[in-house]
Design a protein around this ligand. Sequence first.
Ligand SMILES: Cc1ncc(COP(=O)(O)O)c(C=O)c1O
Length: 424
Amino acid sequence: MTGFTTRQVHAGAIIDAETKSRVTPIYQTSGYVFDSFDDGKARFAGMSKQRAYSRTDNPTNTVAAQRIANLEGGVDGILVGSGQAAIATVIFSLANAGDHVLTTKLLYEGTREMFRGSLQRQGVSSTAIDEHAQEDAWLAAVRPETKAIYTESIPNPVGGVTDLGLLSRVAKRAGLPLIVDNTVATPYLCRPFEHGADIIIHSTSKWLGGHGSVIGGAIIDGGTFDWEAHADRFPQFTAAGAHGRPSAKERYGAAAYTGYLRWSIVIEYGPTLPPTSAFLLLHGIETLSLRMQRHIENTHRVAKVLVAHPAVARVHHADLPGSPYRELAKKYTPLGAGSVVTIELAGGRDAARTFLDSLELTSQMTHIGDVRTLAIHTGSTIHGKLTTEEKAEVDINDSLVRISVGIEDADDIIADLVQALDTL
Ligand SMILES: Cc1ncc(COP(=O)(O)O)c(C=O)c1O
Protein backbone atom coordinates (compact mmCIF):
# COMPACT_ATOMS: atom_id res chain seq x y z
CA MET A 1 0.00 0.00 0.00
CA THR A 2 2.29 2.76 -1.21
CA GLY A 3 0.20 5.17 -3.29
CA PHE A 4 -1.11 8.29 -1.55
CA THR A 5 -4.66 7.80 -2.82
CA THR A 6 -4.72 4.14 -1.75
CA ARG A 7 -3.48 5.12 1.70
CA GLN A 8 -6.00 7.94 2.10
CA VAL A 9 -8.75 5.31 1.58
CA HIS A 10 -7.29 2.41 3.60
CA ALA A 11 -4.51 3.39 6.04
CA GLY A 12 -5.33 2.68 9.68
CA ALA A 13 -8.73 1.13 8.87
CA ILE A 14 -10.00 -1.51 11.26
CA ILE A 15 -12.69 -4.05 10.48
CA ASP A 16 -15.08 -4.24 13.43
CA ALA A 17 -14.71 -7.78 14.84
CA GLU A 18 -18.41 -8.21 15.59
CA THR A 19 -20.14 -6.72 12.53
CA LYS A 20 -17.36 -6.73 9.90
CA SER A 21 -18.53 -3.26 8.92
CA ARG A 22 -16.46 -2.13 5.91
CA VAL A 23 -16.78 1.55 6.78
CA THR A 24 -15.23 2.54 10.11
CA PRO A 25 -18.23 2.88 12.45
CA ILE A 26 -18.91 5.77 14.82
CA TYR A 27 -18.02 4.31 18.21
CA GLN A 28 -20.27 6.67 20.11
CA THR A 29 -19.28 5.57 23.59
CA SER A 30 -17.75 7.24 26.62
CA GLY A 31 -15.94 4.16 27.85
CA TYR A 32 -15.08 0.47 27.45
CA VAL A 33 -15.97 -2.43 29.75
CA PHE A 34 -13.04 -3.87 31.72
CA ASP A 35 -12.48 -7.64 31.56
CA SER A 36 -11.56 -7.72 35.24
CA PHE A 37 -10.33 -5.71 38.21
CA ASP A 38 -6.71 -6.14 37.12
CA ASP A 39 -7.56 -5.31 33.51
CA GLY A 40 -9.08 -2.00 34.65
CA LYS A 41 -5.96 -1.20 36.62
CA ALA A 42 -3.73 -1.91 33.61
CA ARG A 43 -5.90 0.17 31.28
CA PHE A 44 -5.78 3.13 33.66
CA ALA A 45 -2.03 2.90 33.91
CA GLY A 46 -1.78 3.03 30.11
CA MET A 47 -0.17 -0.44 30.30
CA SER A 48 -2.80 -2.22 28.21
CA LYS A 49 -3.63 -2.06 24.49
CA GLN A 50 -7.31 -2.00 25.50
CA ARG A 51 -9.10 1.32 25.90
CA ALA A 52 -10.38 2.87 29.11
CA TYR A 53 -12.17 6.12 28.28
CA SER A 54 -12.96 8.08 25.12
CA ARG A 55 -11.34 11.30 26.35
CA THR A 56 -7.97 9.86 25.36
CA ASP A 57 -8.82 6.99 23.06
CA ASN A 58 -11.74 6.22 20.75
CA PRO A 59 -11.57 3.73 17.85
CA THR A 60 -13.15 6.05 15.25
CA ASN A 61 -10.75 8.83 16.24
CA THR A 62 -7.78 6.45 16.21
CA VAL A 63 -8.49 5.36 12.62
CA ALA A 64 -8.64 8.99 11.42
CA ALA A 65 -5.53 9.96 13.40
CA GLN A 66 -3.56 6.97 12.10
CA ARG A 67 -4.64 7.77 8.55
CA ILE A 68 -3.38 11.34 8.74
CA ALA A 69 -0.16 10.11 10.43
CA ASN A 70 0.32 7.66 7.57
CA LEU A 71 -0.23 10.35 4.89
CA GLU A 72 2.26 12.65 6.64
CA GLY A 73 4.81 9.85 7.18
CA GLY A 74 4.62 10.13 10.98
CA VAL A 75 4.69 7.45 13.68
CA ASP A 76 1.50 8.36 15.55
CA GLY A 77 -1.28 10.94 15.69
CA ILE A 78 -3.94 12.36 17.98
CA LEU A 79 -7.14 14.15 17.06
CA VAL A 80 -8.40 17.08 19.10
CA GLY A 81 -11.44 19.35 18.96
CA SER A 82 -10.13 22.04 16.58
CA GLY A 83 -7.00 23.38 14.92
CA GLN A 84 -6.68 25.89 17.76
CA ALA A 85 -6.88 23.04 20.29
CA ALA A 86 -4.09 21.25 18.40
CA ILE A 87 -1.82 24.30 18.64
CA ALA A 88 -2.56 24.89 22.34
CA THR A 89 -2.09 21.18 23.17
CA VAL A 90 1.30 21.06 21.47
CA ILE A 91 2.53 24.24 23.14
CA PHE A 92 1.26 23.04 26.57
CA SER A 93 3.24 19.82 26.08
CA LEU A 94 6.55 21.58 25.39
CA ALA A 95 6.56 24.94 27.18
CA ASN A 96 6.02 25.93 30.81
CA ALA A 97 5.55 29.39 32.35
CA GLY A 98 8.81 31.26 31.77
CA ASP A 99 9.54 29.44 28.50
CA HIS A 100 9.74 30.89 25.03
CA VAL A 101 8.84 29.90 21.45
CA LEU A 102 10.22 31.22 18.16
CA THR A 103 7.68 31.63 15.38
CA THR A 104 7.65 32.85 11.82
CA LYS A 105 6.04 36.28 11.46
CA LEU A 106 3.31 35.34 8.99
CA LEU A 107 0.86 33.00 10.71
CA TYR A 108 -2.89 32.47 10.82
CA GLU A 109 -4.20 35.34 12.94
CA GLY A 110 -5.85 33.00 15.49
CA THR A 111 -2.45 31.44 16.14
CA ARG A 112 -0.78 34.85 16.44
CA GLU A 113 -3.50 35.88 18.88
CA MET A 114 -2.89 32.76 20.98
CA PHE A 115 0.85 33.44 21.17
CA ARG A 116 0.40 37.15 21.92
CA GLY A 117 -2.70 36.67 24.13
CA SER A 118 -3.41 33.62 26.29
CA LEU A 119 0.02 32.01 26.05
CA GLN A 120 1.75 35.29 26.87
CA ARG A 121 -0.60 35.76 29.86
CA GLN A 122 0.19 32.25 31.06
CA GLY A 123 3.91 33.05 30.94
CA VAL A 124 4.94 31.54 27.59
CA SER A 125 6.51 34.31 25.52
CA SER A 126 7.28 34.22 21.81
CA THR A 127 9.36 36.07 19.25
CA ALA A 128 8.15 36.39 15.66
CA ILE A 129 10.97 36.27 13.11
CA ASP A 130 10.71 37.68 9.59
CA GLU A 131 10.34 34.92 6.99
CA HIS A 132 13.28 36.34 5.01
CA ALA A 133 15.65 36.07 8.01
CA GLN A 134 18.67 33.85 7.53
CA GLU A 135 19.99 31.09 9.79
CA ASP A 136 22.19 33.38 11.92
CA ALA A 137 19.31 35.73 12.76
CA TRP A 138 17.19 32.77 13.88
CA LEU A 139 20.00 31.31 15.98
CA ALA A 140 20.65 34.70 17.58
CA ALA A 141 17.02 34.74 18.77
CA VAL A 142 17.26 31.36 20.53
CA ARG A 143 17.34 31.70 24.34
CA PRO A 144 18.11 29.10 27.02
CA GLU A 145 14.36 28.94 27.74
CA THR A 146 13.33 28.54 24.07
CA LYS A 147 11.38 25.29 23.61
CA ALA A 148 10.30 25.13 19.96
CA ILE A 149 10.18 26.72 16.53
CA TYR A 150 6.66 27.15 15.16
CA THR A 151 5.66 27.83 11.55
CA GLU A 152 3.08 27.22 8.78
CA SER A 153 4.17 25.52 5.54
CA ILE A 154 1.86 27.84 3.55
CA PRO A 155 0.99 30.82 5.76
CA ASN A 156 -2.67 31.87 5.89
CA PRO A 157 -3.83 34.27 4.42
CA VAL A 158 -1.23 35.87 2.13
CA GLY A 159 0.22 32.64 0.82
CA GLY A 160 3.91 32.24 0.22
CA VAL A 161 5.81 29.09 1.07
CA THR A 162 8.04 28.72 4.14
CA ASP A 163 11.65 27.61 3.81
CA LEU A 164 11.25 24.47 5.91
CA GLY A 165 14.82 23.32 5.18
CA LEU A 166 16.25 26.50 6.67
CA LEU A 167 14.05 26.27 9.78
CA SER A 168 14.94 22.61 10.20
CA ARG A 169 18.68 23.43 10.08
CA VAL A 170 18.15 26.12 12.74
CA ALA A 171 16.05 23.78 14.90
CA LYS A 172 18.66 21.01 14.72
CA ARG A 173 21.54 23.36 15.55
CA ALA A 174 19.57 24.79 18.49
CA GLY A 175 18.30 21.39 19.72
CA LEU A 176 14.64 22.39 19.31
CA PRO A 177 11.64 20.57 17.80
CA LEU A 178 10.26 22.14 14.62
CA ILE A 179 6.45 22.36 14.66
CA VAL A 180 4.75 22.89 11.29
CA ASP A 181 1.09 23.76 10.77
CA ASN A 182 0.46 21.98 7.45
CA THR A 183 -3.22 22.90 7.18
CA VAL A 184 -3.14 24.89 3.93
CA ALA A 185 -0.74 22.58 2.09
CA THR A 186 -2.21 19.26 3.33
CA PRO A 187 0.00 16.14 3.15
CA TYR A 188 -0.92 15.85 -0.53
CA LEU A 189 0.98 19.02 -1.44
CA CYS A 190 3.72 19.10 1.22
CA ARG A 191 5.09 16.58 3.71
CA PRO A 192 7.03 18.59 6.30
CA PHE A 193 8.63 15.52 7.95
CA GLU A 194 10.55 15.01 4.69
CA HIS A 195 11.99 18.51 5.22
CA GLY A 196 12.99 18.16 8.87
CA ALA A 197 9.81 18.91 10.85
CA ASP A 198 9.29 17.01 14.12
CA ILE A 199 5.62 17.69 14.88
CA ILE A 200 2.84 18.51 12.40
CA ILE A 201 -0.39 20.29 13.26
CA HIS A 202 -3.58 20.41 11.20
CA SER A 203 -6.83 22.21 11.39
CA THR A 204 -8.76 19.26 9.96
CA SER A 205 -11.71 21.66 9.62
CA LYS A 206 -10.16 22.74 6.30
CA TRP A 207 -9.06 20.60 3.33
CA LEU A 208 -8.69 17.30 5.23
CA GLY A 209 -12.39 17.38 6.19
CA GLY A 210 -13.04 19.28 3.00
CA HIS A 211 -16.79 19.57 3.14
CA GLY A 212 -17.08 22.39 5.65
CA SER A 213 -19.20 20.24 7.92
CA VAL A 214 -16.91 19.55 10.84
CA ILE A 215 -14.34 21.30 13.06
CA GLY A 216 -11.30 19.34 14.21
CA GLY A 217 -7.56 19.30 14.72
CA ALA A 218 -4.73 16.79 14.48
CA ILE A 219 -1.26 16.48 15.99
CA ILE A 220 1.15 14.15 14.20
CA ASP A 221 4.42 12.90 15.67
CA GLY A 222 7.31 12.44 13.25
CA GLY A 223 9.19 10.31 15.79
CA THR A 224 12.24 12.31 14.72
CA PHE A 225 13.18 14.48 17.69
CA ASP A 226 15.82 13.03 20.02
CA TRP A 227 14.20 13.67 23.42
CA GLU A 228 16.94 11.73 25.21
CA ALA A 229 19.69 13.91 23.76
CA HIS A 230 17.81 16.99 24.99
CA ALA A 231 16.56 15.56 28.28
CA ASP A 232 17.75 18.63 30.20
CA ARG A 233 15.39 20.82 28.14
CA PHE A 234 12.52 18.32 27.93
CA PRO A 235 12.62 16.13 31.07
CA GLN A 236 8.93 15.21 30.68
CA PHE A 237 9.74 12.64 27.96
CA THR A 238 12.56 10.80 29.71
CA ALA A 239 11.85 11.18 33.44
CA ALA A 240 10.10 8.32 35.27
CA GLY A 241 6.30 8.65 35.24
CA ALA A 242 4.06 9.04 38.29
CA HIS A 243 4.36 6.26 40.93
CA GLY A 244 7.63 5.02 39.42
CA ARG A 245 6.13 4.12 36.05
CA PRO A 246 8.48 3.95 33.05
CA SER A 247 9.21 7.19 31.16
CA ALA A 248 7.32 8.11 27.98
CA LYS A 249 10.46 7.27 25.99
CA GLU A 250 10.71 3.81 27.58
CA ARG A 251 7.03 3.08 27.07
CA TYR A 252 6.41 4.49 23.61
CA GLY A 253 9.85 4.54 21.95
CA ALA A 254 9.80 6.58 18.74
CA ALA A 255 6.25 7.73 19.53
CA ALA A 256 7.27 9.10 22.96
CA TYR A 257 5.91 12.53 22.07
CA THR A 258 2.35 11.36 21.31
CA GLY A 259 2.51 8.89 24.21
CA TYR A 260 3.24 11.73 26.60
CA LEU A 261 0.67 13.97 24.90
CA ARG A 262 -2.08 11.36 25.22
CA TRP A 263 -1.36 10.31 28.79
CA SER A 264 -0.46 13.71 30.27
CA ILE A 265 -1.77 16.63 28.27
CA VAL A 266 -4.88 15.25 26.54
CA ILE A 267 -5.99 13.29 29.61
CA GLU A 268 -5.57 16.38 31.82
CA TYR A 269 -6.91 19.15 29.56
CA GLY A 270 -9.43 17.03 27.62
CA PRO A 271 -9.48 18.65 24.15
CA THR A 272 -11.24 15.55 22.73
CA LEU A 273 -12.86 15.38 19.28
CA PRO A 274 -16.33 13.76 19.18
CA PRO A 275 -16.25 10.47 17.20
CA THR A 276 -19.05 11.68 14.91
CA SER A 277 -16.64 14.43 13.80
CA ALA A 278 -13.86 11.87 13.24
CA PHE A 279 -16.28 9.83 11.10
CA LEU A 280 -17.07 12.84 8.88
CA LEU A 281 -13.37 13.70 8.76
CA LEU A 282 -12.55 10.18 7.51
CA HIS A 283 -15.00 10.60 4.66
CA GLY A 284 -13.27 13.82 3.70
CA ILE A 285 -9.77 12.31 3.84
CA GLU A 286 -10.82 9.50 1.47
CA THR A 287 -11.06 11.99 -1.42
CA LEU A 288 -8.26 14.38 -0.40
CA SER A 289 -5.92 13.86 -3.38
CA LEU A 290 -8.76 14.10 -5.90
CA ARG A 291 -10.08 17.29 -4.36
CA MET A 292 -6.60 18.82 -4.09
CA GLN A 293 -5.90 18.14 -7.77
CA ARG A 294 -9.13 19.95 -8.66
CA HIS A 295 -8.50 22.76 -6.13
CA ILE A 296 -5.08 23.39 -7.67
CA GLU A 297 -6.29 23.20 -11.28
CA ASN A 298 -9.07 25.70 -10.48
CA THR A 299 -6.74 27.96 -8.49
CA HIS A 300 -4.27 28.26 -11.35
CA ARG A 301 -7.07 29.16 -13.78
CA VAL A 302 -8.66 31.63 -11.37
CA ALA A 303 -5.33 33.31 -10.52
CA LYS A 304 -4.55 33.82 -14.21
CA VAL A 305 -7.87 35.59 -14.78
CA LEU A 306 -7.49 37.73 -11.64
CA VAL A 307 -4.00 38.87 -12.67
CA ALA A 308 -5.43 40.18 -15.96
CA HIS A 309 -8.41 42.04 -14.45
CA PRO A 310 -7.98 45.86 -14.25
CA ALA A 311 -9.81 46.09 -10.89
CA VAL A 312 -7.17 43.86 -9.28
CA ALA A 313 -3.93 45.59 -8.26
CA ARG A 314 -2.11 42.49 -7.03
CA VAL A 315 -2.57 38.73 -6.81
CA HIS A 316 -0.73 36.68 -4.17
CA HIS A 317 -0.10 33.02 -4.99
CA ALA A 318 3.29 31.31 -4.87
CA ASP A 319 2.80 29.49 -8.19
CA LEU A 320 2.41 32.75 -10.16
CA PRO A 321 5.35 33.83 -12.30
CA GLY A 322 7.04 36.71 -10.47
CA SER A 323 6.01 35.53 -7.00
CA PRO A 324 8.93 35.92 -4.56
CA TYR A 325 8.02 32.45 -3.27
CA ARG A 326 8.12 30.66 -6.64
CA GLU A 327 11.42 28.85 -6.04
CA LEU A 328 10.36 27.76 -2.53
CA ALA A 329 7.04 26.58 -3.99
CA LYS A 330 8.84 24.46 -6.60
CA LYS A 331 10.91 22.87 -3.82
CA TYR A 332 8.32 22.32 -1.08
CA THR A 333 4.96 22.21 -2.89
CA PRO A 334 5.78 20.90 -6.38
CA LEU A 335 2.17 19.85 -7.09
CA GLY A 336 0.84 23.34 -6.32
CA ALA A 337 1.07 25.94 -3.57
CA GLY A 338 -2.45 25.53 -2.22
CA SER A 339 -5.83 26.90 -3.21
CA VAL A 340 -5.94 30.21 -1.37
CA VAL A 341 -5.52 33.22 -3.64
CA THR A 342 -5.34 36.64 -2.03
CA ILE A 343 -6.04 39.72 -4.10
CA GLU A 344 -5.55 43.44 -3.50
CA LEU A 345 -8.23 45.53 -5.14
CA ALA A 346 -7.19 48.75 -6.89
CA GLY A 347 -10.15 50.56 -5.28
CA GLY A 348 -9.17 49.66 -1.69
CA ARG A 349 -11.62 48.86 1.11
CA ASP A 350 -14.72 50.27 -0.64
CA ALA A 351 -13.99 48.16 -3.70
CA ALA A 352 -13.59 45.10 -1.45
CA ARG A 353 -17.04 45.76 0.04
CA THR A 354 -18.70 46.14 -3.40
CA PHE A 355 -16.87 43.11 -4.78
CA LEU A 356 -17.80 40.83 -1.88
CA ASP A 357 -21.42 42.01 -1.78
CA SER A 358 -21.72 41.33 -5.55
CA LEU A 359 -20.63 37.68 -5.35
CA GLU A 360 -23.36 35.12 -6.07
CA LEU A 361 -21.85 31.63 -6.27
CA THR A 362 -18.98 32.44 -3.90
CA SER A 363 -19.90 32.49 -0.20
CA GLN A 364 -18.75 35.48 1.85
CA MET A 365 -17.63 33.77 5.06
CA THR A 366 -14.71 32.89 7.29
CA HIS A 367 -13.26 29.46 6.44
CA ILE A 368 -10.87 27.93 3.94
CA GLY A 369 -10.45 24.55 2.29
CA ASP A 370 -14.13 23.94 1.58
CA VAL A 371 -15.38 22.27 -1.62
CA ARG A 372 -17.25 25.58 -2.11
CA THR A 373 -15.48 28.79 -3.15
CA LEU A 374 -15.33 31.24 -0.23
CA ALA A 375 -14.15 34.84 0.12
CA ILE A 376 -13.57 37.28 2.97
CA HIS A 377 -12.30 40.78 3.72
CA THR A 378 -9.82 39.79 6.42
CA GLY A 379 -9.04 43.41 7.40
CA SER A 380 -12.50 43.94 8.90
CA THR A 381 -12.99 40.39 10.23
CA ILE A 382 -10.05 38.10 11.04
CA HIS A 383 -7.64 41.05 11.32
CA GLY A 384 -10.34 43.48 12.46
CA LYS A 385 -8.76 44.08 15.89
CA LEU A 386 -5.43 45.23 14.43
CA THR A 387 -4.44 48.84 13.74
CA THR A 388 -3.34 49.79 10.22
CA GLU A 389 0.30 49.64 11.37
CA GLU A 390 -0.16 46.23 12.98
CA LYS A 391 -1.81 44.96 9.81
CA ALA A 392 1.07 46.23 7.69
CA GLU A 393 3.53 44.30 9.89
CA VAL A 394 1.88 41.05 8.80
CA ASP A 395 1.38 42.06 5.16
CA ILE A 396 -2.35 42.83 5.54
CA ASN A 397 -4.09 45.91 4.19
CA ASP A 398 -7.70 46.93 3.70
CA SER A 399 -7.76 46.35 -0.06
CA LEU A 400 -7.12 42.65 0.52
CA VAL A 401 -9.65 39.87 -0.13
CA ARG A 402 -8.84 36.21 0.57
CA ILE A 403 -10.39 33.70 -1.81
CA SER A 404 -10.43 29.97 -1.01
CA VAL A 405 -10.97 28.39 -4.41
CA GLY A 406 -13.42 25.46 -4.35
CA ILE A 407 -13.90 22.45 -6.59
CA GLU A 408 -16.88 23.76 -8.59
CA ASP A 409 -16.44 24.09 -12.38
CA ALA A 410 -13.67 26.63 -12.92
CA ASP A 411 -15.74 28.45 -15.55
CA ASP A 412 -18.49 29.08 -13.00
CA ILE A 413 -16.07 30.31 -10.32
CA ILE A 414 -14.39 32.62 -12.81
CA ALA A 415 -17.71 33.93 -14.13
CA ASP A 416 -18.82 34.80 -10.58
CA LEU A 417 -15.56 36.51 -9.60
CA VAL A 418 -15.39 38.44 -12.90
CA GLN A 419 -19.01 39.66 -12.75
CA ALA A 420 -18.31 40.95 -9.19
CA LEU A 421 -15.04 42.60 -10.29
CA ASP A 422 -16.78 44.17 -13.30
CA THR A 423 -19.08 46.11 -10.92
CA LEU A 424 -16.03 48.08 -9.69
C1 LIG B 1 -3.48 27.64 9.24
C2 LIG B 1 -4.52 27.47 10.28
N1 LIG B 1 -4.22 26.84 11.42
C3 LIG B 1 -5.12 26.67 12.40
C4 LIG B 1 -6.40 27.16 12.28
C5 LIG B 1 -7.38 26.97 13.41
O1 LIG B 1 -8.21 25.91 13.08
P1 LIG B 1 -9.71 25.70 13.66
O2 LIG B 1 -10.56 26.74 13.02
O3 LIG B 1 -10.02 24.31 13.27
O4 LIG B 1 -9.60 25.87 15.14
C6 LIG B 1 -6.78 27.82 11.11
C7 LIG B 1 -8.14 28.36 10.96
O5 LIG B 1 -8.45 29.04 10.01
C8 LIG B 1 -5.81 27.98 10.09
O6 LIG B 1 -6.11 28.61 8.95
